[in-house]
Design a protein around this ligand. Structure first.
Ligand code: FAD
Length: 460
């Protein structure tokens, strides 16, 4: 593909009021928020506990001392990326709309359409460099407290040098607003397994999975059916003796050996585990396993946030939040970017951030507290009526584009491009029908042509 001609820098927006804003985290959400806030004329400080930007895309071979990631006193490793990870979205879909994710042709870069994780990190660095984001970031600063200032109007952000030690230097600063972008793939959720206290094998959460080599000749039971489970089961099967995937959502006619694999089986969920190492599945099958690998997702976690219960996390619902962003009681002075999952994250970060930035400057009028609360109430009731548990509050899937377009309309941005929506849907279908090859063979050249045509014209 030809390298598109991009149009930068982004124009600044008219800005009636400039605020001081703290952004917590310099992952993809934080750098997008910082850019949009600054474009709107706000004065921004981004706090990042690591010494580089990129969040979950900063791969590290390091894992945590507790392989299940449950010990609250453990030293947390932020990233959950494994060595073999390639994106599960094509780069055209995945990239920010203000800065398309195209192959740069630079030496050492991965030009593939579904590139390896380090290409995503390089792309985020390019984005930050292009827009001068790094000058807003304070690296190596862990935020340990965000709460109301004494005037009950502004926010105190307390941070310290990451890693602590003797030269701890606490720092308190006061801001008009705080935007939370701390990510939600570092605090593991694990499956409850009857008999687990007696089961003698090893357990690990995918957060602490990096490479398959340690599973050589082992019998591994992997729980889960989302993207990481798909990837990791195949990654491990190259080394393990057997891989048994236990999935709550396994379709009955797919239970049994994975097509194209000699040593991977799909099962229904685990029924119980036993002292002799046996793992019994609801489908009646049993195996004696060495390892149970939980690919069972993550919890939202804001250990630094003190809101006097204005925002809580209950069964993985962060709430109450208006449109997954503003808690009515504290809006617009506290906001969240990046909570929804099963989405195309980067373009959604841009839209959420643009909305927040515009509301803070007074360019966009936010609904009243009562209107926001009524909207949240209606949303929660609709989930309940549909039998959707609280923990799926922020799951979106196909409804994401309606949400994105709503944000776009609010913030004066164009709706999500039709080719992007179609490409997302086509990719999802191919991921399910040809999971082994969807990253290297595709059938949507027509959509790619539209995307690249638009990138050349991009003026978002
Ligand atoms: P993060 O990237 O997690 O960034 C949060 C940042 O906040 C981090 O830098 C962290 O250090 C910092 N931070 C946290 N707490 C504090 C604190 N107290 N003080 C200071 N700093 C703090 N998305 C895709 O689009 N395509 C994919 O193919 C894809 N694959 C994925 C595969 C895996 C295994 C995972 C886990 C996620 C994947 N995602 C994918 C989703 C991915 O999470 C998003 O792309 C995106 O990186 C999320 O960005 P974020 O900024 O919200 O969070």
């Amino acid at each position: 593909n030809p390298t598109p001609k991009l149009h930068f820098p982004l124009p600044a927006m008219p800005s009636p009021i400039s605020r001081t804003v703290a952004v917590i985290g310099a992952g993809a959400a934080g750098i997008s928020a910082a850019l949009e806030l600054r474009r709107e004329g706000h004065r921004v400080v981004v706090y990042e506990q690591e010494d580089k930007l990129g969040g979950t895309w900063v791969y590290t071979p390091q894992t945590e001392a507790d392989p299940l990631g449950l010990d609250p006193t453990r030293d947390v490793v932020h990233s959950s990326v494994y060595a073999s990870l390639r994106t599960n979205l094509p780069r055209e879909v995945m990239g920010f709309r203000a800065y398309p994710f195209v192959a740069t042709g630079k030496p050492g870069r991965d030009p593939r359409r579904f590139p390896a994780h380090d290409e995503v990190l390089e792309y985020l660095r390019d984005f930050a460099e292009e827009f001068g984001v790094e000058e807003m970031v304070r690296y190596g600063r862990e935020v340990w407290h965000v709460g109301m200032a004494a005037d009950d109007r502004r926010w105190v952000v307390k941070s310290r040098r990451s890693g602590g030690g003797d030269d701890d230097d606490d720092d308190d600063e006061v801001y008009d607003a705080v935007v939370i972008c701390n990510g939600h793939y570092s605090e593991p959720r694990i499956a409850n397994l009857p008999g687990i206290d007696e089961w003698p094998g090893k357990q690990i959460h995918s957060h602490n999975y990096r490479i398959p080599d340690p599973f050589r000749d082992q019998v591994v039971v992997l729980i889960g059916s989302a993207a990481s489970a798909d990837d990791i089961s195949r990654d491990i099967a190259r080394f393990a003796k057997e891989v048994h995937v236990a999935s709550r959502s396994a379709e009955v006619d797919k239970i049994g050996k994975f097509p194209g694999h000699d040593n991977i089986w799909l099962h229904s969920m685990i029924e119980s585990v036993h002292r002799d190492g046996t793992v019994a599945f609801h489908d009646g099958d049993k195996t004696v396993a060495d390892v149970i690998l939980h690919c069972t997702g993550y919890k939202f976690y804001f250990p630094f946030l003190e809101t006097n219960k204005a925002v809580t996390v209950e069964d993985n619902r962060v709430g109450p939040l208006y449109q997954h962003v503003f808690p009515p009681a504290l809006a617009p002075w506290l906001s969240f970017v990046g909570l929804p999952w099963k989405v195309v994250p980067f373009p959604q970060f841009e839209l959420q951030s643009r909305w927040i930035a515009g509301v803070l400057s007074g360019r966009i009028t936010l609904e009243s507290n009562e209107e926001m609360s009524a909207d949240i109430e209606a949303f929660y009731s609709s989930l309940e009526a549909a039998g959707i548990p609280k923990r799926y509050t922020h799951q979106m899937g196909e409804s994401q584009f309606e949400y994105d377009d709503w944000l776009a309309a609010k913030s004066g941005s164009p709706p999500i491009e039709e080719w992007r929506k179609q490409m997302y849907l086509v990719t999802g279908r191919r991921k399910r029908s040809v999971p082994e090859t969807y990253r290297d063979q595709w059938e949507d050249d027509d959509l790619m042509a539209l995307a690249y045509q638009e990138f050349k014209l991009s003026k978002l």
